[in-house]
Design a protein around this ligand. Structure first.
Ligand code: 5AD
Ligand code: SF4
Length: 446
């Protein structure tokens, strides 16, 4: 009998990708994916540790799961609970102490060992823990089988980070930077496209630091990989995320001007517009470097839409530092961006810095920055009205007959059209906009 698997995914796209891979691996071991928690035989929480009380949220979810597990036990049913992802990595054995209902704690580098961990759990009494950084790569084991990918499919090409920004847990939870070999990436990309993906989104915590081993025995950078991927027949669009400004090399900038499938949208986190704060964050660039980079990118691709991440209320951030961030935002003009309140992550250098800022200051700055960013998004959206944009349709909309696709600049575009199918790339006249999406109608040649 096939057992039922329920996965809840928190956080970044890397976790979404990992959840898919875990499901595909477990399918080979008799698990069928289900969206019903109540009847699941195996529940996996794929967790995120990047900001605010993430661990607390996981523990309160585990509290609910513990009660469900009890009720089901009373009915003679068994439910196995596994915690994966970055909270699992960060908490480790502590999690087994604090949440007795947990059967398996597995870090992001050990997912390929899940079948073995499940078997061990069934064999031995007591919970099992695997938060090693194993020598063998999880990618070799996880494979790419499983259901059909979406029109837009994620492909992890790089993982981990060696940058050690002082606020960030990633170097500790995801480990050292590593790039998958080119041949492996190409194989997975071809398979995804053969199965119906039209767009590939290359993922990595520091994706533009990619330096995978090429078939020629040399290390390839991300630009070179993108040029190779662009040759895959049937592949229409390429994107990559997330990038560090210091790793935007000349070839990659040039690719944005030359490579037609590479979409004119770039998520390039800056975090702050103040050089003092950037130095304290160990970001390795100044605000002026970022501005020069944006200028170089816009020279080769004038319509490039930029997105970014900001942290407000970093320890020691003065009002004038914050004003420098606002000034930078005004100067660049972002199509969209995310702003976060600084949240101390245990074990990171910034968490131990003096002059942690009061909550009120963080909240006020966050509100002010978000208001400015929302205004920029609104004007970016407004500027699309009347334009003809190629839209790749990915999924059904909420209303009957409606489909949702993406513009080259990453906005969701809603269209009602009877002849339109998921997977179509159509020219759409943008007729209206909302805070988070655009609306339009398909333009057909007469
Ligand atoms: N506090 C607030 N925001 C953070 N980020 C990462 N760590 C922290 C933290 N400790 C944000 C950064 C990063 C994004 C993924 O999350 O802006 O780019
Ligand atoms: Fe974290 Fe990104 Fe800095 Fe790496 S580059 S430490 S992932 S914020």
């Amino acid at each position: 009998m096939r057992r039922k698997l329920f996965i809840k995914t928190y956080g970044c796209q890397m976790n979404v990708y990992d959840s898919e891979r875990m499901a595909a691996l477990l399918a080979r071991h008799g698990f069928e994916r289900s969206d019903r928690l109540e009847t699941a035989d195996l529940v996996i929480l794929n967790t995120c540790h990047i900001r605010e009380k993430a661990a607390e949220k996981v523990y309160s979810e585990l509290g609910r799961l513990a009660r469900l597990k009890q009720r089901r036990k009373a009915r003679g049913e068994e439910m196995t609970i596994a915690v994966a992802g970055c909270v699992a990595q960060a908490e480790g054995a502590l999690m087994l102490e604090r949440a007795r209902c947990v059967d398996i704690v597995v870090g992001p580098q050990s997912y390929h060992r899940l079948p073995e961990l499940l078997a061990r759990r069934a064999r031995e009494r007591g919970a099992v823990l695997d938060t090693d950084f194993p020598a063998e790569s999880k990618f070799d084991e996880l494979g790419v089988e499983g259901g059909a990918p979406g029109v837009s499919a994620f492909l992890t090409v790089q993982e981990g980070c060696d940058k050690f920004c002082t606020f960030c847990v990633v170097p500790y939870t995801r480990g050292a930077e590593m790039s998958r070999p080119v041949a492996e990436v190409m194989r997975e990309a071809r398979l995804l496209v053969e199965r119906g993906a039209k767009e590939l989104v290359l993922l990595g915590q520091n994706v533009n630091a990619y330096h995978g081993m090429g078939p020629d025995g040399r290390e390839w950078n991300l630009a070179r990989l993108l040029y190779a991927l662009a040759e895959i027949p049937g592949l229409v669009r390429l994107r990559y995320t997330t990038s560090h400004p210091s790793d935007m090399d000349e070839e990659l900038i040039r690719a944005h001007g030359e490579l037609a499938p590479l979409m004119p949208y770039l998520h390039l986190p800056i975090q702050s517009g103040s050089d003092r704060v950037l130095a304290a964050m160990n970001r390795r660039y100044r605000a002026a470097d970022y501005l020069r980079l944006v200028e170089a990118l816009r020279r080769v691709r004038p319509d490039l839409a930029l997105s970014s991440d900001f942290i407000v209320g970093f320890p020691g951030e003065e009002e004038e530092d914050f004003q420098a961030t606002l000034a930078l935002v005004r100067e660049v003009g972002f199509a969209q961006a995310y702003a976060f309140k600084y949240s101390p992550r245990p074990g990171t250098p910034a968490a131990a810095m003096r002059r942690q800022l009061p909550e009120e200051v963080k909240s006020r700055r966050l509100q002010e920055l978000q208001a400015l960013l929302e205004e920029q998004t609104r004007s970016f959206h407004a500027a699309q009205v009347g334009r003809l944009l190629p839209v790749l349709f990915e999924r059904p909309g909420r209303h009957p007959g409606q489909l949702v696709g993406r513009s080259p600049y990453m906005q969701a575009v809603h269209v009602c059209d009877r002849e339109l199918r998921i997977g179509d790339l159509a020219t759409v006249e943008i007729t209206g906009y909302h805070p988070h999406s655009l609306a339009g109608r398909v333009v057909r040649p007469h």
